[in-house]
Write a protein that binds this ligand. Structure first.
Ligand SMILES: Nc1ncnc2c1ncn2[C@@H]1O[C@H](COP(=O)(O)OP(=O)(O)OP(=O)(O)O)[C@@H](O)[C@H]1O
Length: 282
């Protein structure tokens, strides 16, 4: 990797006296997609929340050359970190246009609607549609588009394919691919097929520590490492979701679930996570 955009070293998080992260090291490349992997509960979301200042943290988080570990979330947002949270944080009762407008940030210059509409023309044609009636993939498009509006330097997407049907996972992959052409992306993901398609670099967490860093393709080709670090074999990485071990990563498209493609977002999506989103998005 050439000079990373984000350099995390020895990131520690303690919540309620419990040590959640014991020293996470992570380099996010200055272009393309860097994947953050790990089994359930490994500390991926907490790492993202630590980077964003949404939980108390120590260690070092360099954005470019600037140390940011003591900055508050709003200052990190101002420095250009966009966040698409796990639940997407889309306001179901508002239109697509209103959801985007909410993400506009004062002082960030003219919102980059030309970029958003160039990447996602559908958001223009669906501008007046209530976001709650969008498919899961389209809602993810809104969530990512919001991070692109304000000229951000980095997008963090937390498990954008979680709970989506296979067809929608493919749509989201395209969304992320397009977004990463414009801005580097840190992608928290359990779907190894998606990681294979999108990510050049990766880091793997286990029990709140980094246990592997390097090129994504090398990890995905290393059956022993996949088994040891993630609990899946190389063949699992291309296997259908039903074939995957329950405790391991989701290697291919996740099973359709309640959050499936045609299901509207929960009314009042602007609750707890939405609030975090409001703090950290765009
Ligand atoms: N606010 C909190 N209070 C107490 N424990 C927490 C809190 N947030 C996270 N944890 C714990 O920290 C560990 C790491 O959680 P985290 O959500 O970061 O993992 P993850 O790798 O993102 O998992 P998943 O893939 O299941 O989303 C888990 O054991 C979780 O229960």
């Amino acid at each position: 990797m050439t000079e990373p955009l984000l350099t995390v070293r020895g990131l520690r998080v303690v919540i309620g006296g419990r040590h959640i992260l014991h020293g996470v090291d992570l380099d996010v490349a200055a272009s393309g997609v860097t994947a953050l992997l790990g089994r359930n509960g490994a500390g991926k979301t907490t790492t993202v929340r630590g980077i964003l200042g949404l939980v108390p943290r120590t260690g070092s988080v360099l954005l470019g050359a600037e140390e940011t570990v003591r900055l508050a979330t709003h200052n990190l947002v101002r420095r250009g970190i966009g966040y698409a949270p796990e639940d997407r944080g889309v306001f179901a009762s508002l239109t697509v246009a209103e959801n985007l407008r909410l993400a506009e940030r004062a002082g960030a210059g003219e919102p980059d609607y030309p970029l958003v509409h160039e990447l996602f023309p559908e958001l223009r044609t669906r501008a007046r549609q209530a976001a709650g009636t969008l498919s899961g993939g389209q809602q993810q498009m809104v969530a990512i588009a919001r991070t692109l509006l304000n000229g951000n330097r980095l997008i963090i997407a937390d498990e954008p394919t979680k709970g989506l049907a296979p067809k929608v996972v493919t749509e989201v992959a395209q969304v992320l691919e397009r977004a990463a052409e414009a801005v580097p992306v840190l992608l928290v993901e359990q779907n190894l097929a998606l990681v294979r398609r999108l990510a050049a670099h990766c880091a793997v967490l286990a029990d709140g520590r980094t246990v592997h860093r390097g090129p994504a393709a090398a990890l995905l080709a290393d059956a022993d490492a996949l088994r040891r670090l993630l609990g899946v074999g190389r063949h699992d990485a291309g296997a259908p979701a039903e074939a995957q071990p329950r405790t391991a990563l989701e290697p291919m498209a996740p099973r359709p679930s309640a959050a499936d493609e045609d299901r509207p977002a929960a009314a009042g999506a602007g609750n707890a996570a939405g609030t975090a989103n409001k703090e950290a998005t765009p």
